[in-house]
Design a protein around this ligand. Structure first.
Ligand code: NAP
Ligand code: GDD
Length: 348
């Protein structure tokens, strides 16, 4: 069966791994993606190695600009037959939770209304038939969790402008599925990371910071809340789950998670072990420090600027539904992920 894919957020962590996955499958005639204009060319560094492939096509676009989305869909419709399946992976988002408190309106326009624009564009272009849409929602929907672990049936309680915007995204996708019989799946994905993770998300900040201490270009790591807990997987496993959702006979919503959660302080300890440093914690609150057990050198300090106005204390997923229906399971454990990220950051 011939397929065409269209990825929003193609320059991001997940977009880059997903592009590699789809390019490896010959049934995808083209993989389209939108990139945003940037004052520097390096904003596409995660996918630069793919751009020479003639099946990989990038267009300027923005999910806050309906015309750019409609134009791409119109262009795609000229390349497909009635039987070609179009898979849209809607990954574009202002994805940083803390930053969403600083740019709440913009976060709403991209993460909430952006999803509506994608759905409406498909409808207006008359492309509902044979189009399948993956919508990137998040475990941040659970926020101040009301039960643990969280499943597809756990009530939502978002704790940030990002979480609230994704709540709209989740419901508008479900609404279009019910109202217009659209094939739309919500992926409720727990945190996932990799060496391609943005540098201001926690585990990447930790591995990058430690690699700089290792190389002697930084002296310490400055962090926020060390006691929140996250269920952390590898982005490669999670993009495969996105793909599986769109290969089912009927659209549905799925949690993807590892079922294990770790405190941030334990991630710090695990990552430091890769450069043979044992961290011990001294003091409390904003005065707490992480100290090299052998030398007594202070390597981790706390700054209140990294604390959020409202925190999500813990997230732990139960992905039994994905395991049963999609036959999805994660391959990477936390120690594999930290090793890959530490090796990458220490080398580069
Ligand atoms: P990411 O690395 O931050 O990538 C976000 C992507 O969205 C980038 O390509 C970015 O483009 C693009 N983007 C942002 N605003 C846009 C706009 N207005 N128009 C078009 N594109 C725009 O995020 P990720 O980790 O790959 O996550 C992918 C999706 O999954 C996001 O929707 C995120 O909220 C969601 N999610 C992520 C996780 C996770 O742990 N990684 C978990 C659950 C859900 P630029 O490169 O130009 O900035
Ligand atoms: N970013 C960051 N920087 N987080 C810190 C820091 C710091 O210096 N210090 C402590 N933390 C804590 C945060 O307070 C939070 O509790 C936790 O580390 C994880 O923060 P992030 O890595 O920024 O990720 P997130 O969990 O808020 O959001 C990510 O996962 C969501 C899925 O649950 C993002 O990828 C979202 O886009 C995604 O939806």
């Amino acid at each position: 069966m011939e397929k065409i894919a269209f990825i929003t957020g193609i320059t991001g962590q997940d977009g880059s791994y997903l592009s590699e996955l789809l390019l490896s499958k010959q049934e995808y005639k083209y993989i389209f993606g939108i990139i945003r204009r940037s004052s520097k060319f390096d904003s596409s560094s995660r996918i630069d190695h793919l751009t020479s492939n003639p099946r990989f096509i990038l267009k300027y676009g923005d999910v806050t600009d309906s015309y750019s989305i409609i134009n791409i869909l119109k262009h795609i419709s000229t390349l497909k037959t009635d039987d070609t399946v179009l898979e849209i992976y809607h990954l574009a988002a202002q994805s940083h939770v803390q930053i969403s408190f600083e740019i709440p309106e913009y976060t709403g326009q991209v993460d909430a209304v952006g999803t509506l624009k994608i759905l409406e564009a498909v409808r207006i272009c008359g492309m509902i038939k044979n189009t399948r849409i993956y919508n990137a929602t998040t475990s941040e929907l659970y926020g101040k969790v009301v039960e643990s672990p969280q499943t597809e049936n756990t009530p939502f309680y978002p704790r940030s402008p990002y979480g609230v915007a994704k709540l709209y995204s989740y419901w508008i996708a479900k609404n279009y599925r019910e109202a217009y019989d659209m094939f739309v799946c919500n992926g409720i994905l727990f945190n996932h990371t990799s060496p391609r993770r943005g540098e201001n998300f926690i585990l990447r900040k930790i591995t990058l910071g430690i690699s700089k201490i290792y190389k002697g270009t930084e002296t310490k790591l400055v962090l926020g809340n060390l006691d929140s807990q996250r269920d952390l997987g590898h982005a490669k496993d999670y993009v495969y789950g996105m793909w599986l959702m769109l290969q089912q006979d009927a659209p549905d919503d799925f949690v993807l998670s590892t079922g294990k959660m770790y405190k941030i302080r334990h991630l710090v300890e695990k990552a430091f072990k890769h450069i043979n440093i044992d961290i011990v914690w001294e003091g409390s609150g904003l005065d707490e420090v992480g100290v090299d057990k052998k030398t007594g050198r202070v390597l981790v300090t706390i700054d209140k600027k990294y604390f959020r106005p409202a925190e999500v204390d813990e997230l732990l997923g139960d992905c039994t539904k994905a395991k049963t229906i999609l036959k999805w399971h994660h391959h990477y454990e936390i120690d594999d992920i930290i090793k890959e990220m530490m090796d990458f950051d220490c080398k580069n």
